[in-house]
Design a protein around this ligand. Sequence first.
Ligand SMILES: [Zn+2]
Length: 415
Amino acid sequence: MKKYTLIGPFKQILTMAGLPLKGALSDQQLTIIENGGIIMVDEKIYSVGPYAQISEEANNLNVENLLILSDMVCLPGFIDAHTHICFGGIRANDYALRNSGKTYLEIAKAGGGIWDTVTQTRKASTLELVNAIKERAERHMNNGVTTIEVKSGYGLSVQEELKMLRAMAMANEECQADLITTCLAAHMFPKDYQGTVDDYLLEISTVLFPILKKEKLTHRIDAFLEEGAFSPSSIAPYFDKAKEMGFDITVHADQFSTGGSAVAVKYDAISADHLEASREGEIQMLAKSNTVATALPGASIGLGCNYAPARKLLDAGASVAIASDWNPGSAPMGNLLIQAAILGTFEKLTNAEVLAGITYRAAAALNLKDRGIIETGLMADLIAFPTCNYKEILYHQGMLLPSLVWKKGRLAVDV
Ligand SMILES: [Zn+2]
């Protein structure tokens, strides 16, 4: 027997429906249902509309649960399309060094940076990693983030990458949010590897990739294209192999120097993430492509550098998602809404553009078609903020939190 739940009336429901995947958005384009209601059936949205109409519809259904609300604004659950929340240790020391004037590359060359986290993550047991992921995912869930991408990339060997990805699979079973996993074995070249960069990438693609498929650990392959990480030429055979095996490609692109976004577009990547260094040429290229441009304001804040050119990307016609990049080095804050709100003020983004960037456009950055919009048949991931006006959400810069969060139709957070 199907279980129907009616929720409402909400002061406003922002469905995020009917909006284009690409390009600039005005707030006038938003569909706002005043005094709206939603019927959920099991894990999905059954119908959404004005409460009077929806409650009438509910009379003909076997509605078990009825939740009366007041003065709330309902949105699709937020989606964080780029995180590194599977890690051991912290890097407070790096952070202090950086703030005292050392650069990211100087710290990395001195033995800090990503390699430090690799060492700490390798030391951690699978269970310790599972617990760390669950704790961070729970914090995200309380802030309204119902889907979280998580990357490996601190193992940097077949076995250690597997440990991370298996920990993510276990955490996914136990936490409320959905975890979308990504293999980032091409995060940096492991300094203890006996062989060349090409040897390493070949080993990962020929030994690890088949295990990922067999154990269904991920369908996404990512690489960090940057000076000090991987070059476009070294990554080509790696991405060729990933494509051939049917993996989705995503790229850490144009963070400090350009080159990565061209690779992303060439491989028809689902997303190109970072883009702080992207210039006019890269912006135009991304705008013409199917690749979602994902801005990571948390990394800009953590490194004290400029933001990705989100305004220019949107005006050129690109699809822009916004993600937290939550990681122990450059983006330790791990608060998507604060970061998205701040990016909005610096890049002059409308409410619609920011909210799209953490809902349906973030879903597109993960190639997910079943969420990010409040629409019949889609996943009932919903969040409700205690306000009468949706504009207050970004106005409070991340300090107004959702009082209620539904994950797959189930009330997961009730503050
Ligand atoms: Zn990242």
